[in-house]
Design a protein around this ligand. Sequence first.
Ligand code: PMP
Length: 393
Amino acid sequence: MFSNLKPQPADKILALSGLYRADPREDKIDLGVGVYKTAEGKTPIMTAISKAEKILHETETTKSYAGLAGQPDFHAAMASMVLGEGYPADRLAFLSTVGGTGACRQAFELARVANPDMKVWVSDPTWPNHITILNFMGVEVKPYRYFDNDARAVAFDAMIEDLKQAKKGDVVLLHGCCHNPTGANLTLEQWAVVAETLLETGATPMIDLAYQGFGDGLEADAAGTRLMAEKMPELMIAASCSKNFGIYRERTGCLMVLGDAANTAVTQDNLSKLNRLAYSFPPFHGQALVAKVLTDPTLRQEWEDELEAVRNGMLGLREQLASELRQLTNSDRFDFLAHHRGMFSRLGATEEQVLKMREDNAIYMVGDSRLNIAGLNKTSVPLLAKAIVAAGV
Ligand code: PMP
């Protein structure tokens, strides 16, 4: 039977990590996989998380199964972080998931149960795994224009023109902040227009929120999501705790489904069933850590301070890179790097130019010229700037 299996195309981003590791050059720079790194190239455990782990270790008395849909304290803490303190609890159903990826997958599954003929509209470009998962599920994917490659900014008019084609029963997937892979984001005014457009079409929005706190701050990064939650009758939010809590391997995510209060209990039943079918109980440890950090005032402050330092570090690197390129090119055409937000920017280089930078300068970025800003430090920024110019970008 297994001889029927076909080789799978390699995940481009994970394959790039392998190439980077195999490169013997000492000054190599890894701008590939989306993991936060310090100037020393480390991905440390946040101090508030370490402290929460100690507390958990000292107070946990059992490893028996916990909630099938997840832990209510985690859900409440996530809802108030994402939607603000006055979140509409009666309209929300929750599912703790295996990371943000699990939240996306379960959101797609729920929507397909509700409407087996649904199509999912995704930004062009989007995180490639959105498309891979939907293709695997046999769900039709409809791209909507999002990124203006020349301006390296959101192609908003084109986006809205395309979203007008979405139908009731379709899902429109949006990135809550820190768009991956482009780094170009909607303004709050533009979110309002998206909401109006979707209200007219009747399509259901879904927000992938994988980087809250990495862009303009915890509150600002949730502003678009909160606006949608206020205006839309239905909304799915797939939140990841991997980046902003630095707990990638704990696989912690939360799916929130907002709808009519009269349907909340049935939606909750359906969500719980999806966990039961896929893996039964979701991982507990990360949920407990996040709930502890968010609800203990001292740990919360410590975490927010560290998150701010991470965010400001990335902003500083963006400014430095834009400024180096301004000097080298005597132009402002790379200023978009300072305007983009989050861990990523799409540079707008061709595949050949990306390859040239890899071969000549040992700089590893994804083939679509997405670069991970957190892979840089003050010393490597000038090297990257020179390589970008030398490659003729
Ligand atoms: N959505 C987006 C846009 C992402 O970039 C990622 C992480 N690369 C995820 C979801 C999923 O993150 P995780 O499953 O690691 O929590």
